[in-house]
Design a protein around this ligand. Structure first.
Ligand SMILES: [Cu+2]
Length: 189
């Protein structure tokens, strides 16, 4: 048996061309994903935090940064706001977090018992609170609002009642409150 000559329109030539095209497409997709992962990682947007911080869940209330007087929002020297919070069966402390709009906000949170979820609606904040570890997130709120903050990780029989709130207020109003108090909580409306 003799094979037909490998000309320009031969089956081999067409197949090789199609393979090259598909290989190029997959290479482009792969490169695109690598670039996206690099950008996301650089911005801490969706990548897991690179630095693991631990904390002893049995002594949260006794010492360290998660003692009761240290929870809530605090204005930092650089003008940003630091929020510290704890999740426990079946509530968050503080139950309502006060933050200013148009300000960088850093959240540091942990769990006192089991794994909880920490999610703020309409934001990029979506954390797991794992006992023994500190979860962090950076965000910024662009408008004043009352946002819900449900626990979105089943944590026991009272899970569906585990909700917190985020109150985003004007920056000027927040700064006025911060001038008198080191730690802030929600203002009555
Ligand atoms: Cu829960």
């Amino acid at each position: 048996m003799t094979l037909p000559p490998a000309g320009k329109n031969s089956a081999e030539h067409v197949a090789a061309g199609a393979e090259r095209r598909w290989a190029t497409v997959s290479l482009v997709i792969l490169l695109l994903l690598v670039v996206m992962a690099a950008i996301a990682g650089a911005h801490q947007a969706i990548m897991p935090q690179a630095k693991v911080e631990t904390v002893d869940p049995r002594s949260l209330h006794i010492s360290g940064e998660f003692t009761e007087g240290n929870l809530g929002s605090a204005l930092q020297p650089d003008g940003s706001v630091m929020v510290r919070a704890i999740g426990q069966q079946y509530s968050f402390t503080p139950q309502c977090i006060l933050v200013p709009k148009d300000t960088p906000v850093t959240i540091r949170a942990t769990s006192a018992d089991v794994v909880h979820g920490f999610l703020i609606e309409n934001s990029n904040v979506n954390l797991m609170l794992v006992p023994g570890y500190i979860s962090t997130a950076s965000t910024r709120f662009s408008r004043t609002a009352n946002l819900t903050m449900p626990c979105h990780e089943f944590c026991g029989v009272g899970h569906e009642g585990m909700w917190g709130r985020i109150q985003v207020i004007d920056k000027a109003a927040f700064l006025k409150l911060a001038a008198n108090q080191r730690r802030l909580s929600c203002v009555a409306q």
